[in-house]
Ligand binder design. Sequence first.
Ligand code: URA
Length: 318
Amino acid sequence: MDQANRELEALLDFYLASGIDCLLETEPVDRFLETAQLAERRMAGQVSRTPDRPVQGAGPAALQPQRPRMPGTDRTFLQSAHQSGQQPVSAGPAAQPLGGDPSGGGSSVVLPNESAVESARDAARNVSTLDELRACLDGFDGCNLRLTAKNLVFADGNPQARVMFVGEAPGRDEDLQGKPFVGRSGQLLDRMLKAIGLDRSDAYIANVVPWRPPGNRTPTPQETEICKPFIMRQIELVNPDILVFLGSASAKTLLGTQEGIRKLRGRWMKFSTGSAEISCVATYHPAYLLRSPLEKRQSWQDFQSIKKKLAEIPHNLS
Ligand code: URA
């Protein structure tokens, strides 16, 4: 049985890696209408919020466990072929209701657009602790990645640590465990930390995008934009002495630059959270180092430089 489950899981993982992240039937099914109807039936008290078996014909969104919702984010995102591509889905300047309540209230289905980024900004602005931020992300349904992810991957390590690492997005192992950098690249990161006398209790680790993109594809620019206010707030709340961007995607997103990682790495800069200026540096992503072991030499230098910086700058006790 276990073997069969593992084989099935491997097959599904292969499908996801090939870009297949939703199942289609031979006849077209209007999932938006179904979702809206399900929401209406729920509001009328005809359907329990936690069905003990899947609702016949209901799409993945309808089968998601009910979580607390952030105000202004009560919408189901279009799961389209765009999810497996690199192009952002754009619906124009305003949210477009696709069914249900035409006023846009209630549980209408909308295409993701900049209003999702706006609601992420509002949500992130309104939290004042890391626990609140985690709960806020747990209830945020403005990012389609949560539909395919198994877990929210919020953070690992010590929120009081002097150094914070930010990666790009969780992979399969991280998704399964709900913790960042626990797979092969995480093991390499642990070894690199050890080389400068640190371990996870001396570091706080998070990602720009806290949900695994299906099949480990690159998050789309729009998914990244939606998640950015949350990681910005997470950095502000942790307020580390030193911030380390792991890889080009993290560095480019958070520094707002197009410069390549080869040029960026190893250069100390200042990162502004709005309330503080933090010394920051970019280095190669451990997954890249696994593929290009010769570059470990540069990473070694970057980590030595982090060690030196930690010794130089005063402890921020706030
Ligand atoms: N790669 C990342 O960027 N983050 C993780 O958590 C794991 C792998």
